[in-house]
Design a protein around this ligand. Structure first.
Ligand code: KG4
Ligand code: ZN
Length: 338
């Protein structure tokens, strides 16, 4: 069989990205333009600002992805794009660009789910083996997803309120850290101690769901109370205590689900997969309790949003000839299960 080259486009939030992926597993190029500096002064992603940046960047990013891969459009077999979930204005820029390219070059178009992309980022490290379980932790999502086979997704658990990354970023803001606070909080956590013993929500409940809003409120109340009393509060200890609570719950529930589902592989995915505390705790727990399960953790470059992961996920759709029509629209609330 000859090689399949997919040109992939991702613009669901505040990263404009294009990539060329060979056979769903090899990165020929993966260009990511982050807008984080533009949103920092607002303390969060401003949708209108994000859309404007995507419009300005996308043509150049696609051209760079092709140049770096040393690929001409004639060599490309299909164009894939993130259809959702995400910010509607941001998604529309990628979808419009992908449709225009597919029409102009007469190539099949593939509409890919962003969360599927985060999962398939792991296929860029080695072959996926089913059944598998993925813990997806990002700014917008916290989900445990079971895959009995390639291209089939079952949500076994999800957050009932805030996503893990969202809780990091909101607490980071109260601590006065620049947006997004997740990465800095992670670094601070390693210089502090878990002295506050914040609540581990839903840890012992008989389900695989998560909840982070109670923890978030508890941390923020602790900070405000100390400030009102004029007490000295060590922000490093706050970060360490918060991180310990998040990691404890994520690891315990993920391991329990992996055991029950009897999976071959356990995957970590999403922006919060970059968290050092989580990576270490999950590695140690799997080595100790599930030595027969292969744990795959993406490198930092594949944890955050990028188009390479979209091209990896799209390969499964390409093989199934699951193509989209040229009236494809952005779907901000797109679900993973069909
Ligand atoms: O997957 P992603 O790039 O965008 C979404 O689809 O949401 O994830 C971004 C999230 C942000 O909330 C950011 O604070 C968080 O990932 N994040 C981290 C770390 N690095 C990024 N959270 C905790 N620890 C980190 N090291
Ligand atoms: Zn994402």
């Amino acid at each position: 069989m000859s090689d399949t080259l997919i040109l992939a486009i991702e613009s669901s939030c505040d990263e404009t990205s294009a990539a060329v992926i060979k056979n769903g597993s090899e990165i020929l190029s993966n260009i990511v333009a982050s807008q984080v500096k533009s949103h920092m002064r607002f303390g969060g992603v401003v949708p209108e600002v994000a859309s404007r940046h995507h419009v300005e960047q996308i043509t150049q990013i696609i051209a760079s992805a092709l140049t770096e891969a040393e690929v001409e459009m004639a060599d490309v077999d299909a164009i894939s794009v993130t259809e959702g979930p995400g910010l509607v204005g941001s998604l529309l820029i990628g979808v419009s660009a992908a449709k225009a390219m597919a029409f102009a070059h007469n190539k099949p178009l593939i509409a890919t789910n962003h969360i599927a992309g985060h999962i398939y980022a792991n296929q860029l490290l080695g072959p996926l083996q089913f059944p598998l379980l993925t813990l997806v932790v990002s700014g917008g999502h916290t989900e445990l997803i079971y895959m009995p086979e390639d291209g089939v997704f079952e949500i076994v658990g999800e957050t009932r309120d805030d996503a893990a990354g969202e809780a990091y970023d909101k607490i980071g803001r109260v601590l006065g850290l620049p947006y997004p606070g997740g990465k800095v909080m992670d670094e601070m956590a390693h210089q502090g101690k878990d002295v506050f013993n914040f609540p581990r929500a839903m840890l012992h409940e008989d389900n695989y769901d998560f909840s982070f809003s109670g923890l978030k409120s508890s941390v923020i109340n602790t900070i405000h109370n100390a400030r009102q009393k004029g007490d000295d509060l060590d922000p490093y200890d706050v970060a360490a205590s918060f991180q310990a609570a998040v990691v404890d719950v994520l690891v315990a529930k993920t391991l329990r689900a992996a055991k029950e589902k009897d999976v071959k592989q356990l995957l970590l995915a999403g922006g919060v997969a970059a968290n050092k505390g989580l990576r270490t705790a999950l590695s140690e727990a799997v080595a100790k309790e599930l030595p027969g399960v292969e744990l795959i953790i993406p490198p930092l470059s594949l944890c955050g949003d990028n188009a390479a992961m979209i091209g990896a996920a799209a390969y499964t759709q390409y093989k199934a000839k699951e193509f989209a029509a040229l009236d494809l629209n952005a779907r901000p609330g797109l679900l993973l299960e069909n």
